[in-house]
Design a protein around this ligand. Structure first.
Ligand SMILES: Cc1ncc(COP(=O)(O)O)c(C=O)c1O
Ligand SMILES: [Zn+2]
Length: 409
């Protein structure tokens, strides 16, 4: 393992030595991108070296991951999530090739397990005793899940309004949970201060360059699951922008290795008032601070922490951003569930809302191959799902009561 050769800054482009930082750019504090000797890898590595059974996990990509060995690879099944060919939504919209990548099927039920696995392995390689992170909920519950049994302590900062299932996961997996009476952005800053004061290893999204390395594996899988073909469009729900920049990096690396001959367009879906990256894309690329309000807690972000890399990813892919309102997000939860059998949390359902909007606006063609990324399972936030579906009918346990409902045959 461990073919990484250094970092490159996503903001100023500086090349940074691997040994000099596990965090941001020493020159401009921009986020760092892990670099590989892709030319050397192209000579040495064959597609068959990484090819797995359809459901193999991320460790088969070890040659493209920044770890020294597989010693700290989690034994849990991370990645290798299903890519379903859509029937219901594809038919309804008239899309010929629509796919749903269900990353809610990871061990802690979100995409974040891909990132947590790499950041945690890195911390364990360094002999760290404590790993910390701020999170809207999923990154943290993932870290707590993957750290179980490894001996490292997890200290987690979440906004106190995080969905109860995510807090329950943290507590059940044994994390020390600090519920911050404030926003995700405030929890993030507090976590950075705590890291500086106590010297803990920090996994914060974007700030720690290794999270992106796990996230890119999703792009690798999509290519392989499509029979080593690149889709035309990939639709990604975006908060900090680390998932979308990771996905882009994955496609770029497979392209550099010669394993795909083109690149997809990325569509960034944001909540209506949590739209800093959409705003940046529509202006000069500067990331503004926005209110961050959206029903989709996982993408509720005022100041995206991986904004530069996300804007670059969408621009370089010739993609675009779509804003979706709370009502559109909530409606998409039962919409996706009833047509495809996949239960998504609000942030993930936002991607479906984004698909419908972009298609209605004529920005997706019916013959394109489109992948929608479902980043978190619906059981993570049942309260939001219940807002759209009403309550069940309660009856006495008697046939007479049942007959009164006129269910018919
Ligand atoms: C379910 C889900 N979807 C989307 C996102 C957005 O990812 P990012 O913040 O990297 O843009 C997150 C991040 O927490 C998430 O948990
Ligand atoms: Zn820099």
């Amino acid at each position: 393992m461990g073919k990484s050769i250094g970092f490159k800054c996503a903001r100023c482009g500086a090349e940074v030595e691997l040994a000099s930082s596990d965090y941001d750019c020493p020159k401009c504090s921009g986020n760092l991108l892990v670099q590989y000797d892709l030319t050397g890898l192209k000579r040495r590595l064959k597609r068959s070296d990484v090819e797995g059974g359809a459901l193999d996990g991320i460790w088969r990509y070890r040659e493209l991951l920044p770890l020294d060995s597989s010693k700290y690879a989690s034994p849990l099944k991370i990645g290798g999530t299903p890519l379903y060919r859509s029937r219901g939504i594809a038919d309804e919209l008239g899309l010929r090739s629509l796919y749903i990548k269900d990353d809610g099927r990871n061990p802690s039920a979100s995409f974040k397990d891909r990132a947590g696995a790499i950041a945690l392995a890195r911390a364990l390689e360094r002999g760290e005793k404590v790993i910390t992170g701020a999170s809207t909920g999923n990154a943290a519950s993932s870290l707590a899940c993957l750290a179980a049994g490894t001996g490292i302590r997890t200290i987690i900062f979440v906004p106190k309004a995080a969905p109860v299932a995510k807090i329950a996961q943290l507590l059940v997996f044994g994390a020390t949970v600090i519920a911050v009476d404030g926003t995700y952005d405030q929890a993030f800053d507090l976590c950075l201060q705590a890291t500086a004061e106590y010297g803990w290893y920090n996994r914060n999204t974007g700030y720690n360059p290794f999270t992106r390395e796990g996230k890119k594996t999703c792009a690798y899988e999509i290519v392989e699951q499509l029979g080593w073909k690149c889709p035309d469009k990939v639709i990604v729900p975006v908060g900090d922008g680390n998932i979308i920049s990771g996905i882009w990096k994955g496609f770029l690396e497979f392209h550099a290795l010669g394993w795909i001959d083109r690149l997809p367009q990325l569509i960034a879906v944001q909540g209506g008032k949590s739209d800093a990256i959409a705003c940046a894309l529509e202006s000069n690329g500067q990331i503004p601070t926005v209110s961050g309000e959206t029903v989709a807690d996982s993408i509720s972000v005022s100041l995206p922490r991986d904004g530069d890399a996300a804007v670059t990813a969408v621009r370089d892919s010739k993609g675009f951003a779509v804003r979706v309102a709370d009502t559109e997000i909530l409606e998409s939860i039962p919409h996706l569930a009833r047509r495809e059998g996949v239960f998504a949390e609000p942030a993930a359902a936002a991607a479906v809302a984004g698909l419908r909007k972009a298609y209605a606006e004529g920005r997706i063609a019916s013959d394109e191959t489109v992948v929608v990324l479902i980043t978190g399972n619906g059981l993570k936030d049942v309260a939001s799902a219940m807002k759209t579906v009403g309550a069940p009918r309660v009856i006495a346990p008697e046939m007479a009561a049942l007959r009164q409902l006129n269910l018919g045959s």
